[in-house]
Design a protein around this ligand. Sequence first.
Ligand SMILES: *Cc1c(COP(=O)(O)O)cnc(C)c1O
Length: 398
Amino acid sequence: MSEDIRPSLGLRPVINVSGTMTSLGASIAVPEAVAAVQKIMPQFVEMNDLQRKAGDIIARLTGAEAGFITASCSSGISLAVAGTITGTDLLAVERLPEVRIAKKEVLVQVGHMVNYGAPVDQAIRLAGATVVPIGQATSTHRFHLENAITENTAAAVYVVSHHVVDYGLLHLSEFVEICHARGVPVIVDAASEYDLRGFLETGADIALYSGHKFLGGPTSGIVAGKKELVRHAYLQNLGIGRGMKVGKESIFGVMAALEAWETRDHEGIRAREAGYLDLWKATLSGRLGVNPVIDPDPTNNPLDRLKVIIDPAEARITAWDLAAALAAGDPPIIVRDHEAEHHYFYLDPCNLHPGQEAIVARRLGEELDKAQRSNAIIATPIEELSRHRFDGLLSWPD
Ligand SMILES: *Cc1c(COP(=O)(O)O)cnc(C)c1O
């Protein structure tokens, strides 16, 4: 690991066992991306040409006809949707998000209308589109989609993520079949998915990825798909895309990250991560009220996590209080706790520097020992968590 600049900045040296979390700086950038950023920073480049080169690499890795880099996957959603509304109408590009075109409806399954840090539907509305939710939270049937498509349908957005409802919704292949039969392009938000080819192979017209998640690139988004739709999305850089501008360093950095992905030792990384999970599982096994279970990734990414199930009566602490104690500790350890109300959190092994796995194991043991010695069960009422969730942010920067 390079020099740790965090103490000199007065920042806490957090250890990330929560996964690729934008709020923590997303991921450990791969060395190839870091080197690429450094190389291009002093040079002038013609940005449209650099984007062409990025497009070549994107095409090679994804099988797409064309591609480009934008600021984030979230901006990719807005640009791709905008492109389906404006086409090559440059005046419309400048007028967005005001739209004088009737064909601006975008279909999304209700079970896909999630929040990845901001609402999916807002990224669509930013493009001037009208979101048309289809189905219910846990069910979409063919008739929902078929009947929602009209002459005003510009596109349909499909989200692949652990955030979405994972049952009762339309499979991508069915979604594509129904949309394509009626001439509606399908945009897939695959921000965190390792599979760079599968969604386009299944028929998606555009697939969107984050450059800063599993790829370990600089903060960026990857737009890949049919050449005409990708071009229409790219034209939005003259409009709403300006505020989502990506610099030469991010473009070149993510090009390097994509190339590094092709040659990455995926099996070796998987084996190293399995070692971390085994260590944590051994550390936790046999402890009162703690049940550690290795859990595969819910969207089939080649990644397992350790699900740490806590029985507060026996462990003498709740899952959410244990997560909070680890986050407040020294060093701070951030676990994947967005489902803690169900009495578990996850330990995600994919963003650790070597040696940090042992610190995580030690801190888990210390906090669980402390809970055993405590007179009362450490149990903050769950409703207090939601009541205070935004306190820190609402008083930022204080
Ligand atoms: C992370 C994520 C996003 C946002 O990606 P950014 O590149 O950070 O904008 C969008 N959709 C899903 C499903 C995500 O997981």
